[in-house]
Design a protein around this ligand. Structure first.
Ligand code: FES
Length: 101
């Protein structure tokens, strides 16, 4: 969900950026982080807890908790809440502690 209209604030149109989430093409916008683009696209579960595989999503949104760790372009443990979105990124839900491919 994105706020498109607001009674006080204005939002300038930004460049669309296409990227991949678990192989599916998704559109975000310049200035998004990976996690904010996914959240706007309806993806709320970003990772799972390591031991009990409970769903994890946005929590601190400032890079302090690791709740949003994902595999980005083959690199595990990327904190997607503070990582700027780039075109054609390959973003995948991480399993466990993650593995370097
Ligand atoms: S949500 Fe806490 S590090 Fe990303």
């Amino acid at each position: 969900m994105r706020i498109k209209e607001h009674p006080i604030l204005t939002f300038e149109a930004k460049e669309e950026i296409q990227f991949y989430y678990n192989g599916e093409r998704i559109v975000g916008y310049r200035g998004d982080t990976i996690a904010s683009a996914l959240h706007a696209a309806g993806v709320k579960k970003l990772s799972e807890s390591i031991h009990q595989q409970r769903p994890r999503g946005f929590y601190c949104a400032i890079g302090n908790c690791a709740s949003c760790n994902m595999e980005v372009n083959g690199v595990p443990n990327v904190r997607t809440c503070i990582t700027p979105l780039e075109a054609n990124m390959d973003v995948r839900q991480q399993v466990g502690k993650g593995r370097v491919r």
